[in-house]
Write a protein that binds this ligand. Sequence first.
Ligand code: HEC
Ligand code: HEC
Length: 145
Amino acid sequence: MKNTFFVVSLIVLLVACQKFALPDKNGDSSSHDEDESHEKGKNCMDCHYSAGYAEGVFTLAGSASGNTNNADVQLFETQGGSAIRTIQVDRLGNFYTPNDIDFSNGLYVGVRNSNGELEMMEDEIFHGQCNLCHGTSIEETLTIE
Ligand code: HEC
Ligand code: HEC
């Protein structure tokens, strides 16, 4: 019964997502002074996914708590290298981008606070669904110092 409920919930969720016009694939990335996002802590790509739909795809998205004011998420090809991509954290602590990112070789990720202090994740990531791990039993919520 529990499984049936889960499957039904998932279908309802997916159908619910498809009914809305999601932000465009060429839409905006998050920015420091905006608060248009929502669903903090959830895996954004549960709904903002591709599955054959042109719209509403985020390549990287997630949530952070703590000192999120004017913070950035940055991507790197090597630990200690220079950032290849910077995504601003919005006023709710969420961040997202629809822009193409090549994760096929793995990328390193870090968060930079408004003082410019960078905190890196040790392991490489191979997709941009931060909240698939952070804020779940896999890893704690992303907290910016
Ligand atoms: C349960 C499904 C669902 C989840 C999870 C979800 N979204 Fe959305 N999102 C939507 C839908 C549907 C819309 C379109 C209209 C609306 O309801 O706001 C949307 C719209 C948006 C918009 C556009 C708002 C605007 O006014 O243009 C942004 C930005 C956004 N979501 C960011 C995020 C971020 C970041 C996350 C993860 C922290 C996330 N969403 C998680 C379903 C979801
Ligand atoms: C596959 C699961 C997974 C994904 C996806 C993931 N993380 Fe992590 N993250 C971890 C784990 C596990 C750690 C602790 C070990 C480490 O640093 O590698 C961590 C640590 C971190 C840290 C170091 C500080 C801390 O809180 O421990 C930062 C910063 C971070 N992640 C940011 C991100 C961002 C931003 C994204 C999305 C672009 C992301 N992570 C995606 C699992 C994940």
